[in-house]
Write a protein that binds this ligand. Structure first.
Ligand SMILES: [Zn+2]
Length: 184
C-alpha cells in the first residue's frame, strides 16, 4: 500500500468514486477548484478521462484519505493518536502506565543482574568490611567480635576505621584486636 500510494493523491468524487492520481494532476485539479474560473472539466492524464470539477468532494493525501475511510467506518482517533472501533473504550493511558511500570521493573532487574566491574566489587567489599570493623569496635560482645576472635571474617582492624570510630568521641577497645596500618 505504502509503495503504491507514494507520491500519489486521491480525488474523491461525490459519488464515492476514488481516483488515484500523481501529484501533478492533483495540483492541476486543486488549482481548477480554487480558481473557479469556469474550467469545470479536468483532464486526468492517468486515466485519459475528463471529470467535472463540480463532482469532486475533495482531493486528499493517502494518509488523510485513510483517516476519512476510518471515520466513515465508525472508528475514532483518541488523543494518543490511536484508532479505536466505534464502541471500543480507549485504554491507551492505562496501557501506557503499565508499559512504563514494566520498563522500570526491567531496568531494575537488569541493574541487579549486571556483572559488577572490579572497582564496584572492591568498593562493595570495602563497605562490608567497614561495617564489620565498626561492629567489632562498637561492642565487645558482638557476634562480629566473637567471629573476629575466632579467626573468621576480618583478620585485622584498619587504623582508618578506628580513627573514624573515635571521631565521634567513642572509645575503641582495641586490646585484643590486631591493627592494620593503612593509608588514611
Ligand atoms: Zn486510545
Amino acid at each position: 500500500m505504502k509503495e503504491l500510494t507514494e507520491n500519489k493523491m486521491v480525488i474523491v468524487m461525490k459519488s464515492a468514486l476514488t481516483i488515484w492520481v500523481g501529484k501533478e494532476t492533483a495540483e492541476r485539479a486543486q488549482e481548477a477548484l480554487v480558481a473557479q474560473n469556469g474550467h469545470r472539466f479536468i483532464r486526468i492524464a492517468e486515466l485519459e478521462e475528463t471529470i467535472n470539477s463540480a463532482e469532486i468532494e475533495g482531493i486528499y493525501t493517502p494518509e488523510r484519505y485513510d483517516e476519512l475511510q476510518r471515520i466513515k467506518g465508525g472508528e475514532y482517533k483518541c488523543i494518543w493518536g490511536k484508532w479505536h472501533k466505534r464502541k471500543e473504550i480507549c485504554e491507551c493511558m492505562k496501557k501506557s502506565i503499565i508499559r512504563t511500570k514494566e520498563k522500570e521493573k526491567e531496568r531494575v532487574r537488569n541493574e541487579e543482574n549486571r556483572v559488577r566491574t572490579p572497582d564496584e566489587k572492591k568498593s562493595a567489599l570495602n563497605i562490608m568490611r567497614k561495617i564489620e570493623e565498626m561492629s567489632i569496635l562498637k561492642n565487645k560482645n558482638s557476634i562480629f567480635r566473637m567471629k573476629y576472635l575466632k579467626g573468621f571474617g576480618t583478620k585485622s582492624i584498619r587504623r582508618s576505621s578506628i580513627v573514624k570510630w573515635q571521631e565521634n568521641g567513642q572509645k575503641a577497645d582495641v586490646n585484643d584486636l590486631s591493627i592494620e596500618e593503612d593509608v588514611l
